[in-house]
Design a protein around this ligand. Structure first.
Ligand code: NOJ
Length: 538
């Protein structure tokens, strides 16, 4: 298994927020094209685009109304084609976010489906009998409230795991599968190199429709509405189809932090990789968790299974603050950048993390753009919470935190747009921006560039397996090796100095070191070091 994606560092572009080329306040393909040289210089080899298809944008594009077109906010099909061509010219491959689980309620398939009970597309979605105001079961939407929507016209409920405008498709229906393969083929023919498959473990639901149980914290345990029978067969079918059209990379979003749930979805004949939420979505920092999750993946993954590495995305607050744990967020982010680029797995860097962007906080309810945040706010008000309490709850759930526009420079709107941005620019943009960091050799941006350069040039970091993984106090040490080189990495997350393991002290330090110390036999507090043994193949 030595596919292109194994060597690549990916960069997630949140479409509306990266770069606006036409001044309407929304990111677009023209804007992204103008930043491709920046991405090339940063060293990324793959770009993940969040959904760019026509959509009412109830959930910013994860509600697709036409799978074979470009949303006018993002440009035209010609813009998209130019983007693919220009990215490829720079050695950057492109993967598209594809939402196979649900369509927008505005999609023509659903409009047909809801038109009558005997419409040929009725069975493309999940319809159930029930009485008005008495949903078929207790299943909850992941955005809050019931997952069933009453349809007046035909007197049945339809199922939606997310917003009511995101209607779940019925993957038990072979016509649905064929329609989606046709969509994949369309984009592969346009030059797409892979897909990020949204909530792929949600494709099937239990056909017994039993009530879900509740957990001790009163949250629903989604026992019957994800990871159900038939889902792995569907994944295999998708994989076989994609792979019959080339070295198409498939990364699945499997919404779980449990490695045992994630594991069955990836490997030979299935998805190439899944997002390892077990490592990436921690809500607070813990060396223990990092060490144990890395070790668990090493022990449990088979040879054809490869991990992913990420700490932020458009669905979670940026990790520099989320995982700061009381220390300087920039320092923490640098420590995690070392892990992201040197541990075993495919790294996914979220836009703006390379400059240390911070989390946006809504100051009033009108500022909340995200449906998850808005729903949480509204439910809190309905529950009798005060305005201040509801705003705090809304902020906690809102994914706007990491969606503010890319901070390119210190001019108005951070250089993101000449118009009014669709979401507020983070107030930090005058100090944290690409332009300022390009001139500062100690900036986060320079640190990432150095790391990506090492990652792209040392094969042990792309293909190497772990030789050793060791934890000493708050420090983590590992070595990765392949037939050409061995990398030694030590990251001291704590303030105490830590003695180097014997096996660590065998090679020359690379240029990445947070604290400039001589080779003293220990890692100073909060230092990190990368060493390489090229075995004569420099
Ligand atoms: C996961 C996506 O990452 C998220 O942004 C979206 O809201 C849900 N899937 C529903 O499509």
């Amino acid at each position: 298994m030595n596919s292109w994606w194994k060597k690549a560092v990916f960069y997630e572009i949140y479409m509306p927020s990266f770069a606006d080329g036409n001044g309407d306040g929304i990111g677009d393909f023209k804007g992204i094209i103008s930043k491709l040289d920046y991405l090339k210089e940063l060293g990324v080899k793959g770009v993940w685009l969040t959904p760019f298809y026509p959509s009412p944008k109830v959930d910013n594009g994860y509600d697709i109304a036409d799978y074979k077109n470009i949303d006018p906010d993002y440009g035209t099909m010609e813009d998209f084609e130019e983007f693919i061509e220009e990215a490829h010219k720079r050695g950057i491959r492109v993967i598209a976010d594809l939402v196979l689980n649900h369509t927008s309620s505005e999609h023509p398939w659903f409009k047909e489906s809801r038109s009558s009970k005997d419409n040929p597309k009725r069975d493309w979605y999940i319809w159930k009998d029930g009485e008005k105001d008495v949903p078929p079961n207790n299943w909850e939407s992941f955005f809050g409230g019931t997952a069933w929507e009453w349809d007046e016209q035909t007197g049945q409920y339809y199922y939606h795991a997310f917003a009511k405008e995101q209607v779940d498709l019925n993957w038990a229906n072979p016509e649905v599968r064929e329609a989606m393969k046709d969509v994949m083929k369309f984009w592969i023919d346009k030059g797409i190199d892979g897909f990020r498959l949204d909530v792929i473990n949600f494709l099937t639901v239990s056909n017994e429709f039993k009530d879900n149980p509740y957990l001790e914290n009163d949250e629903q345990d989604h026992l019957y509405d994800k990871d159900q029978d038939g889902v792995l067969e569907a994944v295999q079918e998708i994989s076989a189809f994609a792979k019959s059209h080339g070295d198409i990379f498939l990364v699945g979003e499997v919404g779980s932090e449990d490695l045992e749930v994630l594991k069955p979805y990836c490997g030979e004949g299935k998805l190439d990789v899944v997002f390892n939420f077990n490592l990436g979505s921690q809500s607070s920092f813990s060396v223990d968790t990092i060490f144990s999750e890395i070790s668990k993946m090493e022990e449990n993954y088979t040879e054809d299974q490869w991990p992913t590495l990420f700490f932020s995305s458009h669905d979670m607050p940026r990790h520099c603050e989320r995982l700061a744990g009381g220390i300087d967020p920039e320092l923490r982010a640098k420590h995690l950048a070392v892990l992201l680029t040197t541990a075993k797995g495919v790294p996914f860097l979220y836009f703006g993390d390379e400059i240390g962007m911070r989390n946006l906080v809504a100051e009033k309810k009108e500022d909340i753009q995200d449906i998850q945040g808005r729903t949480a706010y509204e439910l809190a008000v309905r529950d009798g919470k005060t305005e201040v309490e509801a705003l705090a709850i809304g902020n906690e759930k809102s994914r706007d935190a990491s969606r503010s526009p890319m901070q390119w420079d210190d001019s108005e709107n951070a250089g993101f747009s000449s118009g009014t941005p669709w979401i507020r620019v983070h107030p930090s943009y005058r100090d944290i921006n690409v332009k300022v960091e390009e001139t500062d050799p100690h900036s986060m941006l320079h640190f990432y560039k150095k790391l990506l350069k090492i990652r792209n040039s040392v094969s042990a970091l792309q293909n190497g397996c772990y030789e050793k993984i060791e934890r000493r106090g708050d420090a983590l040490f590992y070595s990765r090796t392949d037939d050409q080189s061995t990398m030694y990495v030590g990251i001291n997350y704590g303030a105490e100095k830590v003695t180097l393991p014997d096996w660590f002290d065998e090679a020359v330090p690379c240029s990445v070191q947070l604290v400039e110390e001589e080779n003293t036999g220990y890692l100073a507090g909060q230092d990190c070091q990368i060493r390489v043994d090229h075995r004569g193949s420099e």
